[in-house]
Design a protein around this ligand. Structure first.
Ligand code: IMP
Ligand code: MG
Length: 317
């Protein structure tokens, strides 16, 4: 007699008691939890296990993603492992997606995690800062992704589109300091409407407590059209927080314009109306974007070589 397997059914999802103690298996998981706390994104650690293979109720194979983010309805598996083991995980992940198609799950690789930390300047500083001149030369050699003229053309295109879309209802452009100030200054000059500009500032990770508004808007945006301008959207967690804050002021309309969109790295699903460039999974600097507060003044956008922000791989010795 064929016993139906519980894999892929509701019985195949094993919930961990909510009050079970949290024991992180790896320091990177604790670090990631800290980042979620900072962005006020609620998380649960290894809350559910998914049966992948079973004979009847006898479980043969199971997968327990590291995190679940209830507000984003997203499971995350963080892997800091070597490639051989990653391949095995990938297979499990595929199986999980096949069996439980309604489950939203993402794998974060070692390099995703390192890029996440680089953004907050957690990478190794000592190897990070060749003099601007040296970097300029190096970048000019092979690392430039977008030259000045290319950026200018894209900014013109975005400005023209916003001019058209907002004819008769000029928006307030809102930027979040500091990186965006370069782009915003250029963008506003390509918009042929009586627009206003305002800035906000949010606290940085590593300071006291979760993210908060350090400088709020001066302009009253209630009933106004607002375009939030961002330099780059990566996981989307910053944007999610800012949009949540702005919505409380009840603007008549709220759209996002981002010069760079690293869409493949998104965790929080935020709508972006105007995108300059889509970026692959790379850490970039220049035209306002920094690493350890450096390189903002480069007139082009270059990729920062991974060796500069990745700590040496201990397993590679
Ligand atoms: P998110 O919250 O993960 O979307 O991160 C957005 C913020 O991270 C941006 O406003 C930037 O300050 C920073 N960021 C993300 N990716 C990069 C990058 O490649 N270079 C420099 N800064 C970045
Ligand atoms: Mg920023």
């Amino acid at each position: 007699m064929l016993i139906p397997s519980i894999a892929g059914t509701a019985d195949g999802i094993i919930r961990r008691p909510r009050d079970a103690p949290i024991v992180f298996a790896h320091p990177s998981e604790r670090e990631l939890a800290r980042i979620f706390d900072f962005y006020r994104v609620p998380w649960r650690y290894e809350p559910d296990s998914f049966v992948l293979r079973a004979k009847g109720e006898r479980v043969l194979e199971m997968f327990s993603p590291d995190f679940y983010l209830p507000e984003l309805d997203l499971y995350l598996e963080l892997t800091t492992l070597r490639q051989r083991l990653v391949t095995k995980k990938n297979r499990k992940l595929r199986l999980l997606r096949e069996l439980y198609p309604e489950v939203n799950v993402r794998l974060l690789y070692r390099k995703d995690y390192q890029e996440l930390l680089a953004k907050y300047g957690f990478g190794p500083e000592e190897v990070a800062s060749p003099e601007a001149e040296a970097f300029r030369a190096e970048a000019a050699a092979d690392q430039i992704l977008f030259r000045q003229a290319e950026i200018a053309a894209t900014v013109r295109r975005l400005g023209a589109t916003i001019t058209r879309d907002y004819a008769g209802r000029p928006p307030v452009l809102v930027g979040v300091l500091k990186g965006v100030s370069f782009f915003l200054a250029d963008l506003i000059r390509q918009i042929d409407l009586p627009v206003e500009i305002d800035f906000m500032a949010v606290s940085a990770l590593g300071r006291e407590g979760p993210v908060r508004i350090v400088k709020d808007l001066d302009v009253d945006i209630q009933g106004r059209q607002v375009v939030l301008v961002e330099d780059i959207v990566d996981t989307g967690m910053t944007l999610r927080y800012i949009l949540g804050h702005l919505e409380r002021w009840q603007p008549a309309g709220l759209e996002v314009c981002a010069l760079f969109d690293k869409r493949t790295r998104r965790l929080a699903d935020v709508p972006i109306r105007y995108v300059g460039f889509e970026l692959a999974d790379e850490f970039v600097v220049g035209y306002g974007l920094d690493y350890h507060q450096r390189y903002r003044n480069l007139p082009f956008v270059a990729r920062l070589r991974p060796e500069r922000y990745r700590p040496p791989d201990p397993s590679a010795q």
